[in-house]
Structures are given as C-alpha cells and as structure tokens.
Design a protein around this ligand. Structure first.
Ligand code: DOR
Ligand code: ZN
Length: 350
C-alpha cells in the first residue's frame, strides 16, 4: 500500500479566483500546490481585453504569498465583440494563454457569452491560425434541453460541426461530466487538437449526492453532476494517463450566503484540498502511477508549456476535518467535502 508519493509539481488548468478579498483568500490555496493555474475570466465585468487580463494577472500575483512560485495563465472571455487583433497580440506577447467560450447564459456570469457561435467564426479562425486554445463551457443554454443532457447535446450540436469547420483549432472541453464526452474526446484526442479537463468534484460525486437526505447546495455546480455510470467513465478517463485528459479543478468559490439560498449559485470550492481529492480517486482505482501524467504532464504538453520544476509530495493520513475559509470582508466560503473522508495530504518542494 502506497503511503507516500512524490510527483512532478502539478498544474490546475481551470480555476476561478474572482477579485478583491475573495481572490486574496483563495489564490494562496492554489499557489501552495499548483505551479500554474488557468485563471477563468468570468468576472463582473468579464475579462474581455488583453489590457484587462494584464491588470487581472497583477492582482493575482499580488496575492501570491512571498517565497511561493506560481504563474497564473490568463484567459480572455469571448463575446460577440471580441477584437481578434487584440487577442492575437495578447497571445503573442504571452499575456494570454487561451480564450474561454461561454454559451450565453449557460452558467455563472455568462450573460455576455456567445449566443451563436457563427458570429465569432472570424475570431476562431484567427485562433486556429495562431495556435491559441479555445476553452469551452460545453453545455447548450437551451432551456428546453434537460439539464442532465446539455453537455451531450452540446457535443452533437456545437462541437462536432465546429471541429469540422476548424479541424486544426485547439479545443479544451472543460470540466467534462459524461460518458459521451469521455468517448468523444478519447476518439478525437489522438489528433492533438482536442483535450478535456476533469474536476475533482465530478470524480467524487454523482447526482444522488446533490439530494442525499435533503438539498446539498455545496454539491451544486455546472455542468451538474450526472449518474454514477458517468462518474465511473470520468474516473476511467482521468486514471488512464491518456494524453487528452488532464487536471482542471474548476474550483469556484462563492460566499456561503450565496450558496445556501433559495437560488444558490453554481460552483464547488475545491482548492483547499484539490490535489488530495484527485489522489484519493487515483488511489481507490489502484492507479496512483497515472496521477503524474494527469496532473503534471498532459496539460502542459497540450498547452505547449514546459513541465514544472519542483515536486509535490502526497502523504496518507488519518481523516481530517476541513474548516471553512473566512475572507477579510468576513464572508465565509465552504470548502468541498467529499462524501467519504479524505485520506491524503499534499505539500510541495520547489
Ligand atoms: O459551477 C460552476 N461555477 N460552473 C461554472 O461554469 C462557473 C463556475 C463559477 O464561476 O462559479
Ligand atoms: Zn469554471
């Protein structure tokens, strides 16, 4: 039985840092473990220009504790008005790493997103040309489509035609939740132009957890957790070590009052123990030997980044209780607690 494991320092290819006091509370948690993290742009207002991405990057860096090495990878929020020249400049000057496509009204702060993908075809054309990845919130926002089917329908209606029109465009299907997504990404991912991130929470919970004995708002996120067979498909994909699947937590902090409400926000806040949550799943699957590929290699390769210096150490421990986080403006944020106790603890040596 493995009790201690050392691997290359991992990256988080999908994180929400927000701004202000909330940002200052959560950035140190991610930076403590991950060498880099892709910072999502769905702020209010969203990060829609390279200039704003630059100031946002500065805000994130200012929150990294002294002596900790950490690099935020910045993203642009695509709208119908995105300026392809600004995006290209941002990418070539290495301020931007990718752009995020939110279908309008699919999730938190997505109202400025894309209502008809054809409208941004010139921008996608440019991204294909310069090799800049587009990160997809892969759900249709069509209220007629059942919430549990929105990812599978997105693949059919949006992703398949898009890949036909832009075969060389680098696409990441973010936070996949279904067997359909796993199968599609596995089938197509060999070409090197399609990959997917998998969150820790979707590896830990299925849709029953949302309603276990009552409504569990801290398990509510988008895309919503699906049936157990889908969770099992995600576990198989993540622990396979295959190059098209990599780590992206989608850690999404919201104030407790916004979660525990008659209309609670979507988002699981996992960054306190994210890497440990993954380790636990890989351990249970008997696949700890594949954690390094998933957490520290596959994503970097897809983005064309060097592998991190330094290592992360995971130790098996007796279960511990995870305490809520308090921000400077006295907001409480509840960290994600998996249904079964957490048995790992991570640290980093650089
Ligand atoms: O659960 C989610 N929370 N899904 C998203 O797509 C957005 C995120 C957030 O920003 O809170
Ligand atoms: Zn997200």
């Amino acid at each position: 039985m493995t009790e201690i494991l050392t691997i290359i320092r991992p990256d988080d290819f999908h994180a929400h840092f927000r701004t202000g006091d909330l940002l200052r509370a959560v950035v140190p948690l991610t930076a403590a473990i991950f060498g880099r993290a892709v910072a999502m742009p769905n702020l209010r207002p969203p990060v829609t220009t390279t200039a704003r991405a630059k100031t946002y990057r500065e805000e994130i860096l200012a929150a990294v504790p002294h002596g900790v090495s950490f690099e935020p990878l910045m993203t642009l929020y695509l709208t119908d008005l995105t300026d392809a020249n600004d995006l290209q400049r941002g990418f070539e000057e290495k301020i931007l790493s990718a752009a995020k496509l939110y279908p309008a009204n699919a999730t938190t702060n997505s109202e400025f997103g894309i209502s008809n993908i054809k409208r941004i075809y010139p921008v996608l054309e440019r991204m294909q040309k310069i090799g800049m990845p587009v990160l997809m919130h892969g759900e249709v926002a069509d209220a007629v489509v059942d919430i549990f089917d929105r990812e599978a329908v997105f693949i059919e209606r949006v992703l398949v035609p898009l890949r036909r029109d832009f075969p060389a465009l680098k696409i990441v299907m973010e936070h996949i939740t279904t067997e359909e997504a796993v199968d599609y990404v596995r089938e197509e991912g060999g070409k090197g132009t399609l990959a997917a991130t998998v969150t820790a929470h979707h590896l830990h919970i299925n849709r029953n957890a949302l309603l276990a004995g009552g409504v569990r708002p801290h398990y509510y996120c988008l895309p919503i957790a699906k049936r157990e067979k889908h969770r099992q498909a995600l576990i198989k994909a993540a622990t396979s070590g295959e190059k098209m699947f990599f780590l992206g937590t989608d850690s999404a902090p919201h104030a407790l009052s916004a979660k525990e409400s008659s209309c609670g926000c979507a988002g699981c806040f996992t960054s306190v123990t994210a890497f440990e949550l993954y380790a636990q799943i890989f351990d249970e699957a008997g696949k700890l030997d594949k954690l390094e590929a998933f957490a520290s290699i596959n994503g970097a390769r897809f983005y064309g980044l060097p592998i991190n210096q330094g290592s992360a150490i995971l130790r098996k421990i007796t279960p511990r209780h995870i305490k809520p986080i308090l921000t400077q403006d006295a907001q409480t944020i509840m960290p994600f607690e998996p249904p079964s106790p957490l048995l790992w603890e991570a640290s980093v040596s650089v």
